[in-house]
Design a protein around this ligand. Structure first.
Ligand code: ZN
Ligand code: ZN
Length: 438
């Protein structure tokens, strides 16, 4: 093969990428922190497959949404099934809840999930075709405290990751009744302005008028400013629900703004919808954040989803948070700390006999929960000492031919100099004491 042809073999599919060892620890620490906080609040893990039947998403998300219309990776299996790479997590968590009869467990059922999701959109900054999310769902609870809990946990994750300046955009899109009234008002409004709408919005107007509020075309954005607001059409129950959520956010000091045109394009949302952004007011105007207009997290209540998928009535609320975007935000704010600590012990081995015995010692230290670094492939003392110095390990273990035969090890203090010869059986205790003094 020509070199040029071979280069093609090395490319990842468009919008997908490798996460290299330097970057991987940031993902690890994000998911670890998110799991820790979710667990503390009573969420339990669930893992659903990466592949689902296509009907789940067309029914749940809605045929006229961007995701279903053009962003799903769909393929036909050898068996003739139509499957899709999951574009989001909520529909499948609800599917799992219903399939496994979780309504018979004590309610609410609180679940969290993490992993890759896939959307075939035009790749751009902060938007990959394979992206990693952390999500939460509270199923079987209609009370506004559940909505606030989901927002609380989401903001706690951002805070604990080190992000301080974010803001929750929140709105209510009502329930079946008031949502329909609003839909009609919105249609009427835009029908009067139809000549000023972009081509896509002319089509959207017939299918799903809510989606006009999400249009990024300038002419449509301008029309939005005068569009009717949901808040004026909420029924009294929906109004009370929103008021309660906001009261809890106030009590928790969570920064939010009421965003009257936030609808989140998916059909299954009812009442609360929210997205969390970096707060623009502390962006310098000369250097706006690259994450401007990109939500770090989004979610909402979806009381009708269970009725689309089954005949059960399961009020529920959830959110999902993009790992990439949170890491980008931390990077932009220079808050990304080196998450990987180098071990304090470096283990040098010289000669074949020592290399073989080294596995016994490595296993002893692993069981004692004492991390060590080593270079298994380097033979010379000099090159191994060089690596130890680069890592800044204060304690160096050395195993040579003689020590390997005698089952002893040399323990050297890298800073003070000086060394001791210690039998294998005493090595752990000895090194532990030395580290304690560091
Ligand atoms: Zn438009
Ligand atoms: Zn209502």
């Amino acid at each position: 093969m020509e070199k040029k042809q071979k280069d093609v073999l090395l490319q990842t599919p468009k919008g997908m990428r490798d996460i290299l060892p330097e970057e991987y620890p940031f993902y690890q620490s994000f998911f670890k922190k998110a799991e820790e906080i979710a667990t503390y609040y009573g969420f339990q893990p669930i893992q659903a497959p990466h592949l689902e039947k296509i009907d789940l998403f067309t029914a749940a998300i809605g045929e006229t949404t961007d995701i279903v219309e053009k962003q799903m990776y769909i393929f036909k299996t050898r068996g003739g099934d139509h499957l899709v790479l999951r574009p989001e997590g909520t529909a499948q968590v609800m599917r799992a809840y219903l399939k496994h009869g979780m309504h018979t467990r004590p309610q609410p059922v609180m679940l969290y999930y993490k992993g890759s999701f896939f959307r075939h959109e035009s790749p751009q900054f902060g938007r990959s075709r394979e992206f990693q999310s952390f999500g939460l769902e509270i199923l079987g609870e209609a009370n506004s405290i559940a909505d606030a809990t989901v927002i609380r946990v989401a903001t706690a994750i951002l805070e604990d990751m080190g992000l301080k300046n974010f803001i929750v955009h929140i709105n209510s899109i009502g329930d079946k009744e008031c949502k329909n009234t609003y839909r009609k008002e919105l249609s009427n409004y835009y029908r009067r302005k139809v000549n000023h709408l972009c081509k896509d919005c002319k089509r959207r107007l017939k299918e799903n008028p809510f989606r006009l509020l999400d249009c990024k075309e300038d002419s449509c954005k301008k029309l939005k400013e005068e569009a009717p607001q949901m808040i004026n059409y909420l029924c009294s129950e929906c109004k009370t629900h929103l008021k309660e959520v906001l009261e809890i956010l106030d009590a928790l000091n969570i920064p939010y703004i009421l965003d009257h045109y936030l609808v989140r394009g998916l059909d299954y949302y009812t009442r609360t919808v929210f997205e969390i952004f970096l707060d623009e007011k502390d962006e310098s105007p000369e250097k706006p954040s690259q994450l401007k207009n990109l939500a770090l997290c989004g979610g909402g209540r979806y009381d009708d989803l269970s009725k689309i998928l089954s005949n059960k009535d399961v009020p529920a609320v959830g959110m999902s948070m993009g790992a990439e975007r949170v890491i980008m935000a931390l990077h932009e704010k220079k808050l990304l700390r080196q998450r990987y600590k180098n071990p304090k012990i470096f283990f040098i081995q010289i000669g074949a006999a020592a290399k073989r015995k080294s596995l016994i010692l490595t296993e002893m230290f692993r069981k004692a929960n004492m991390p060590i670094a080593q270079s298994v492939t380097k033979d010379s003392l000099k090159s191994q000492l060089k690596i130890a110095a680069r890592l800044g390990a204060p304690i160096i273990l050395m195993l040579g031919q003689k020590e390997a035969i005698e089952d002893t090890i040399i323990v050297r203090d890298a800073n003070l100099g000086g060394q001791d010869i210690v039998p294998f059986s005493k090595a752990i205790e000895f090194v532990k004491k030395k580290i304690a003094k560091k």
